[in-house]
Structures are given as structure tokens and as C-alpha cells.
Design a protein around this ligand. Structure first.
Ligand code: ATP
Ligand code: MG
Length: 716
């Protein structure tokens, strides 16, 4: 078969990697040099040139989105579907393993995945059960401790603690947490990996079976694998398997999650005869952008050292905007995007990147007000909204009565007269008898140990869940969801509440039915649809929550932008204490990681890069005067063009076309004062005569709509 087309559009070293022999292969190269492209072509090459079955290939990507894009490209190249190919994130693939082998993994068949929010609740509960003071033994710290140990591959019994009493206590918390999760059938994110690794490591039959199956294992973004992920990989790679990893030490940005760049060096040692390919040509960015990014990263000392060049065009200078505050920064950004779109470009070609998810709010507001569609990746996602989590908890409890986290979450939501006192008795019983909340509640009812009112309320709840569980048997997935929304009283509860928020909640709950209806299930894994859906909600949520068809601006954290590229990129919040973050200011190691993050951000841009900072920023509810990020000073001056509407600050960014003086005496952008809400800026005006309403962004009270004839606003 002619396979030469698989080498089309590749340069010499890229071809070398794609068509390499089947030994261990390491591609180490800078941003935008085609690592992901090479990996994709390599998969197609293995199938077509070396006759690998798609079923014998395991590919690990950093996000689910990346996996589906890669699958699409491979199918395009090959001309046939490769459904059976295992492609996904470490977490997704682990989940798949555990679902298929729950028995071998020592899990109940209906085990549930908990996200980090749920995990924190469990830790909190464990700490409480242990009768520790949670103002001293902080649950967040406990959660960090547990995850950190798991990421290093350690169970509570394996943690080596010295004489430090604090460490000893945390190990006890970890142990209790393990017991609790096992009893309730809960699996947190780190557990997915650890459990899979343990299963593979301890079960020779299974290990050999998978090593036999996967003749090729490929990993993108290898620089960000942590210890347990690396060990996980090694279990899947037998002496006959081909392994290929691609990565860039300059883009290692997850050391806070245990990622170890050293794995790159380890790889060469662990896999003898590794062929190393370096790619040096960047195809993504203009030379201006690339050189600026190179200049920044060159300040780091801990580097493996690479060169990266481009023969692409020089392009425009990087624009630097010094904003007055975060509102002005967002305004400026939206103005630039409007110009871009008016020139006939797509919104989806634009990314707004930020260091902290909390920064998205001001951009969202500005985009919303300008009616520019956008999508936020990460951050508060659909499946993380509280009403959705309530509904999911009902579903989970129906599947698995022993799920204490879900039990606690919804036992009195909506309120049904099960007070804290009753719950304390249930908790106490559960704790002293070492049983779950459900079992404790049932036994308290049998023993008639509660007041008549309390036991009535509790009985009604338990019966409702039992009835719901029974009803579910005969229903398809979205009907199950509908049933739970109706019977639990959730829909009615939010439906009866007043206000915009309640309306949104009802909409969200209905959207959950749609999500269930549209849910596509991977047929290969044996699992009931509801379990699959719940796992999907916990695992794969939020990587694209808005309508997929809509052309919209992309908002995401710098961490989430890894591996992606956009013609136009806004790098916002370039201020000391924000980026680099406060924690890094006095810590050289962390500072280098922040710099790598900056490098990642800059190298996402293909044509246009905008960098902005605000002189005053309100974030996490506090207002700070800031100074520009040190990274700005590391960019060669000739690469930058400063845009500053001097003397104007905030108001000067209002474009002529925005100013629309109305009979009201106010125009968009006018600064006003309100007796109660204080000072703010008019953002929108609508209606006529006495019904005229203005939307004002108040500095401390936030955005409000006011009817002008009542509001008594004064101009400033
Ligand atoms: P990152 O480090 O950011 O993950 P990467 O090394 O994975 O980047 P790719 O995303 O694979 O790089 O490639 C960057 C861009 O360059 C893509 O748009 C890709 O299609 C393009 N590209 C890669 N190699 C070539 C080539 N030989 N000819 C033309 N375009 C190429
Ligand atoms: Mg890549």
C-alpha cells in the first residue's frame, strides 16, 4: 500500500519521527513545532505502514477535546473510522479500565466518581467524624495531602512519616478517607489513576492481556505526566510494545499537581535504545511573537535547551495595553474583537487567556453587554452548578444507596423537615457502627429511636429514593432524569422561587434532561447508561458547554490553553502578584514555572498577540494598585507597541460609536452616583420616557438595572 501521503506536509525531522522504527521514541521540541501533528501522523503510519490494528493502539492526550480532534484527523488520513482505538486522557482511560474490571479493582460495580468539590466535602466529613477541629485541621489541606500522596502512588499505609505529629494526623485522615470512600463506592480523580495502576501492577494476567493488546502506546504533552501517570504507562508497555512520547520541558506547567519534567530524562533510561528526535522549526507564530516568547523563556535556568526558529512572516508587533482597571481592560479587549470580527474574521479564532479563572467574570460581562457570543472553558461548569449537582446526587443515590456524599447533599434539599439534629443522630450512628448513612437511617427507623416527626420525614425520604430506584428500571436515561427532577421536588422547588437566578436554575435542570437525551455512550464499555452518564458528568464536564455550532470567542485559563492555537490571543492581567502569581514572587522554582506558563500563553498566538495589564484591579473582592509583570520587561522593546489612550483612562476607551446620548441626559459611559449603590458607569440604556431603564456598573454594588425616573442618578 502506498503510504507516502502520510508524510505529506511534514519536514525532514518530522518525517523521521513519523516513519521511525518501532522502538521507543522521544520527540522533544518547542511550542508549535508540530509535535501533536507528528503524533497524529504516527498513529496513521502505524496502522497503514506497519499494519497495526486500531484496536492495538493506546493514545493519551491532555484533554478530551484534543482526543476527539486527533481521532478526526486520523480518520481523515486513513479514510475509515477508528472507533475501537483507545484515545483519551489518563483519567478517562483509567475510568474505562475500572468500569471493565471493577471486580479486579476491588470496587462495587456501581462505583461513582467524585469531583474535587465532592472530595472536599468527604474530607470535611472525615475530619469531623474524627472529632478534629476543622479550623486547625483544614479540609482543603487534607485534600491536598491526600491527592499529593495518591499522585506519588502512595496509600495511607505507604506514607512514610517521621516524628512530625501533624503529618501523622494527616495520614490518619487519609486512612479514614480511604475507608469512607471504599464503603460508599466513591472514587476521586487521583484514585482513578492509582487504582488502575495497582490493578495492573498486581494482576499479572490482566497486565499481560493488555500488554498483548496494546502494541503501541503514544503520549502527547509528556512533560506534564506525574509520577503515578508515568508508572501507569509502564504497566501498559510490554517488551514487545512500541512507545512514543512527545513533549516540551519549557511547557511543563503542572508541577503543582505533581508533574515531573524529570520523566523525560527518566524515559531515556527506562526505555533502552530510545530514539530521540528534535524539531526546531515553528509553524505557528509570526517571527515577532516567536522571538518574544523565546526571549522570555531564555531567562529560565532549568532548561534542557532547545532552539526554535521560523521562516514565517514577521507579522505585526505585539500590542501592549495599560488599562485603568479590569473593566477597562475588558472593554478594550471587546473593542479589539469587534474590529477583528468586522474585518470578516471568526470569533472562534480569538482566545482570551488569564492566569486565574476569577478573571473571566469581567470579560464575560463586557462580552455579554456587547452581545458578543463567548464560551468559557473550565471555571464554573454546567455539571458543577449546585442545582445540577443536587439532581445528580439524587440519581447517584438511586443507583447506590451507600453513597454518603450524595445522601448528605440532598437529604434535606428541597427542605423536607429533616433537621440538623436528626442528621447528627444519623451521622453518629453511622460513625459508631461503621456503616453508611443510609444503613444508619434505616436502622434508626427500625429501632424507633427518633421523634415521631423526624422519623416520619426520614421515612418519607428513604421511601421516595426506594420508589425512584425501582421506577428507574424500566426507563430510558432521559426519562430517568425527568423522573428524578419531578419526584424529588427539585423542579417544583426552583420553579416556585422568584427571580432571575431561580429561572436559570429551572432552565439548567431542564437542560440536564437534554444533556441526558443527547448523551452519546461508548458502546464498548459495559455499563448501564445512567452510570455512564454520571461518570461523564463528573469526568468530562465543561470542555465545551455552549452551543457547539455558535461562532464564539474562547475564554480560558492559561493552563487550559496548552496545546491549542489561535490567530488572535489576548494575554490579560500581566501584573506582579497575579501573573506571576503572588505565591511565586519569592520562590525561584515557582517563578520559573510561571515563566513557562507565560511562554505557553504567548506561543498560542499565530498572528496577533495582545498583552494587557490593569493599574488598578479588583479581584476576589479586593482592590489593588498593581505594577506591570516582570515578564513584560523580558520581552524585547522592539517587539512591543504600546497602545494607551493617555489622559483618558477608563472613559477614553469608549469609542465614538458607543456613545449614544439620549434624552435622559445620560450616555453610555457616563459616570454616575446613586444614593445607595455609590459610583458607577452607565453601560446600557433602553426603553422610552418614564420607562427608560439604564444598566449601571457600580464599583461596589455590581451591575444593576435602574428605572431612571425612580433611581435619581446624578452625573459626575
Ligand atoms: P504545542 O507545543 O503548542 O503543543 P506542537 O509542537 O504540538 O505545539 P502542533 O500543534 O502539532 O505543534 O503544530 C503547530 C502548528 O503548525 C499546527 O497548526 C500545525 O498544523 C502546523 N504544522 C506543523 N508542522 C507543519 C509542517 N511541516 N508544515 C506546515 N505546518 C505545520
Ligand atoms: Mg501539541
Amino acid at each position: 500500500m502506498d503510504v507516502s501521503h502520510l508524510l505529506d506536509g511534514l519536514n525532514e525531522p518530522q518525517r523521521k519521527a513519523v516513519a521511525a522504527e518501532e522502538g521507543p521514541l522521544l520527540v522533544l521540541a518547542g511550542a508549535g513545532s508540530g509535535k501533536t501533528r507528528v503524533l497524529t501522523h504516527r498513529v496513521a503510519w502505524l496502522v497503514q505502514a506497519y499494519s497495526y490494528s486500531p484496536l492495538s493502539i493506546l493514545a493519551v492526550t491532555f484533554t478530551n477535546k484534543a482526543a476527539s480532534e486527533m481521532r478526526g484527523r486520523i480518520e481523515q488520513m486513513l479514510g475509515f473510522p477508528v472507533g475501537g482505538m483507545w484515545m483519551g486522557t489518563f483519567h478517562g482511560l483509567s475510568h474505562r479500565m475500572l468500569r471493565s474490571h471493577w471486580r479486579e479493582a476491588g470496587l462495587p460495580q456501581n462505583f461513582q466518581i467524585i469531583d474535587s468539590d465532592d472530595q472536599l466535602r468527604v474530607v470535611k466529613r472525615v475530619i469531623k467524624n474524627m472529632e478534629l477541629d476543622d479550623s486547625y485541621w483544614q479540609p482543603k489541606q487534607g485534600q491536598y495531602f491526600i491527592n499529593h500522596q495518591k499522585e506519588a502512588g502512595r496509600r495511607a499505609a505507604d506514607v512514610h512519616v517521621g516524628p512530625d505529629p501533624q503529618q501523622q494526623q494527616w495520614v490518619k485522615v487519609y486512612r479514614e478517607y480511604e475507608v469512607h470512600c471504599q464503603r460508599s463506592g466513591l472514587v476521586d480523580f487521583a484514585e482513578l489513576l492509582l487504582r488502575t495502576w495497582e490493578m495492573m501492577h498486581n494482576n499479572e494476567v490482566l497486565r499481560l492481556q493488555y500488554r498483548e493488546r496494546f502494541r503501541a502506546v503514544l503520549v502527547d504533552e509528556f512533560q506534564d505526566t506525574n509520577s503515578i501517570q508515568y508508572r501507569w504507562l509502564k504497566e501498559f508497555v510490554g517488551s514487545q510494545s512500541h512507545i512514543m512520547v512527545v513533549g516540551d520541558d519549557d511547557q511543563s506547567i503542572y508541577s503543582w499537581r505533581g508533574a515531573q519534567v524529570e520523566n523525560i530524562r527518566k524515559f531515556e533510561k527506562d526505555f533502552r535504545g530510545t530514539e530521540m528526535v528534535r524539531l526546531e522549526q515553528n509553524y505557528r507564530s509570526t517571527s515577532t511573537i516567536l522571538n518574544a516568547a523565546n526571549a522570555v523563556i531564555s531567562r529560565n535556568e532549568a532548561r534542557m535547551g532547545k532552539t526554535l526558529w521560523t521562516d514565517g512572516e514577521e507579522g505585526e508587533k505585539i500590542k501592549l495595553y495599560a488599562a485603568f482597571n479590569e473593566v477597562d481592560e475588558a472593554r478594550f479587549t471587546v473593542d479589539c474583537i469587534r474590529v477583528w470580527v468586522n474585518e470578516g474574521n471568526l470569533r472562534s479564532e480569538v482566545a482570551i487567556l488569564y492566569r486565574s479563572n476569577a478573571q473571566s467574570r469581567s470579560f464575560e460581562e463586557a462580552l455579554f453587554n456587547a452581545a458578543v457570543p463567548y464560551r468559557v472553558y473550565g471555571g464554573p461548569r454546567f455539571f458543577e452548578r449546585s442545582e445540577i449537582k443536587d439532581a445528580l446526587s439524587y440519581l447517584r443515590l438511586c443507583l447506590n444507596h451507600e453513597d454518603d456524599t450524595s445522601f448528605e447533599r440532598i437529604v434535606n434539599v428541597p427542605t423536607r423537615g429533616i433537621g440538623n439534629r436528626t442528621l447528627d443522630i444519623v451521622r453518629q450512628k453511622a460513625r459508631t457502627s461503621g456503616i453508611t448513612m443510609w444503613q444508619a437511617a434505616t436502622s434508626l427507623l427500625q429501632e424507633d429511636l427518633l421523634t415521631a416527626r423526624a422519623s416520619n420525614a426520614l421515612r418519607v425520604f428513604l421511601e421516595m429514593i426506594d420508589v425512584l430506584s425501582a421506577q428507574m428500571m424500566g426507563l430510558v436515561l432521559h426519562e430517568q432524569v425527568e423522573q428524578v427532577l419531578a419526584q424529588s421536588g427539585l423542579l417544583e422547588f426552583h420553579g416556585n422561587a422568584k427571580g432571575e437566578k431561580a429561572e436559570t436554575r429551572v432552565e439548567n435542570l431542564k437542560e440536564l434532561v437534554t444533556a441526558a437525551r443527547n448523551y452519546y455512550r461508548d458502546e464498548e464499555v459495559e455499563m448501564d447508561p445512567l452510570s455512564a452518564f454520571l461518570a461523564h458528568a463528573a469526568l468530562e464536564a465543561g470542555e465545551g458547554q455552549a452551543e457547539a455550532w455558535e461562532d464564539c470567542v474562547q475564554l480560558m485559563s492559561l493552563h487550559a490553553a496548552k496545546g491549542l492555537e489561535f490567530p488572535m490571543v489576548f494575554l490579560s492581567g500581566m501584573e506582579e502578584g497575579l501573573f506571576p502569581s503572588q505565591h511565586a514572587l519569592n520562590d525561584p522554582t515557582r517563578l520559573e514555572e510561571e515563566r513557562r506558563l507565560c511562554y505557553v500563553g504567548m506561543t498560542r498566538a499565530m498572528k496577533q498577540l495582545y498583552i494587557s495589564y490593569a493599574e488598578v484591579r479588583r479581584l476576589y473582592g479586593r482592590e489593588n494598585y498593581t505594577s506591570p509583570s516582570r515578564f513584560l520587561k523580558e520581552i524585547p522593546a522592539e517587539a512591543l507597541k504600546e497602545i494607551r489612550t493617555r489622559g483618558g483612562g477608563f472613559q477614553s476607551t469608549w469609542r465614538a460609536q458607543d456613545v449614544d446620548p439620549l434624552a435622559t441626559g445620560f450616555s453610555l459611559g457616563t459616570r454616575v452616583r446613586h444614593d445607595k449603590f455609590g459610583e458607577g458607569v452607565v453601560m446600557n440604556i433602553e426603553g422610552k420616557g418614564e420607562h427608560t431603564r439604564a444598566q449601571v456598573n457600580f464599583e461596589s454594588a455590581g451591575v444593576k438595572w435602574l428605572v431612571l425616573s425612580f433611581a435619581r442618578l446624578t452625573r459626575l
